[in-house]
Ligand binder design. Structure first.
Ligand SMILES: Nc1ncnc2c1ncn2[C@@H]1O[C@H](COP(=O)(O)OP(=O)(O)OP(=O)(O)O)[C@@H](O)[C@H]1O
Ligand SMILES: [Mg+2]
Length: 234
């Protein structure tokens, strides 16, 4: 496994949010599903070192990571596309992408290669290369955010609700792009839009009240009665 999380506990002040979460990601794409407030972002923030775990272990490529500072987590090879976009609206697509690799040691050679990969994955970013990000559509900005995370050539890409606020046709496109990406890189993605994200994941976990209540392949989740009634609607 590339990422191995065991019995992770975390919370805020006296509020316990994660009640012993265990999950893993190999060379594959893994989904994290669950209702608002279930703890999905907290899991991701604990992995990224943004939230300090109360207990449990986080192992990435054989190294214990729990409690590690965020910049060191990034340096180890995990990139996050946060729930809030955090782009620089007054800067161009080119500059935003470049910043994604700015901190990488000997970043320049990686940058040229990764830039090619990103522009191939999202051709619209090539067309709009010099446009200010703040003037782009929500879907285009999401692509910039994903592209920027990829610029550091991470081994694991984590995306927190990539479909949030996007219109349906763009959601499908974003997941199609992620499906292409997963042959080269491991992916962990949280989503409310379970139906659309199933096309881009191999396996998934359902998180409710800070615990894993279900774990299955994408095909298994698609026909699971609880998933169908709670998350796929009809
Ligand atoms: N910084 C914080 N301070 C206090 N409580 C927080 C903080 N961040 C999250 N929480 C609480 O922790 C719980 C889990 O939140 P979290 O953001 O992890 O859920 P989520 O599954 O990502 O939800 P959503 O689908 O809405 O993004 C919620 O009850 C939330 O109110
Ligand atoms: Mg969240």
């Amino acid at each position: 496994m590339i990422l191995d999380v065991k019995k992770l506990e975390a919370g805020y002040g006296k509020l316990r949010v994660l009640d012993g979460i265990s999950l893993s990601v190999g060379k594959e794409s893994v989904g994290l599903f669950g209702p608002n407030g279930a703890g999905k972002t907290t899991i991701i923030n604990a992995i990224m070192g943004i939230v300090k775990p109360w207990g449990g272990t986080i192992e990435f490529e054989g190294t214990r990571m729990e409690g590690m500072a965020t910049h060191l987590v990034a340096r180890a090879g995990i990139a996050l596309v946060p729930q809030e976009r955090e782009l620089f609206p007054g800067m161009s697509v080119a500059d935003n992408l470049e910043l994604g690799a700015a901190w990488v040691p000997r970043g320049k050679p990686i940058m040229a290669r990764q830039l090619e990969t990103v522009l191939e994955l999202f051709p619209i970013l090539k067309e709009r290369y010099r446009q200010y990000v703040g003037t782009m559509s929500g879907g285009q900005q999401r692509m910039v955010a994903i592209g920027r995370a990829l610029m550091a050539n991470p081994a694991l890409l984590i995306l927190d609700e990539p479909s949030l606020g996007l219109q349906p046709s763009i959601v499908a496109e974003v997941f199609d792009r992620l499906a292409l990406l997963k042959k080269d890189i491991s992916i962990l993605v949280t989503e409310q839009n379970v139906r659309e994200s199933l096309r881009a994941i191999d396996r998934g976990y359902v998180i409710e009240n800070g615990a894993v209540v279900l774990e299955d392949t994408a095909a298994g989740l698609a026909v699971n009665p609880h998933v169908v009634s709670a998350y796929l609607g009809i």
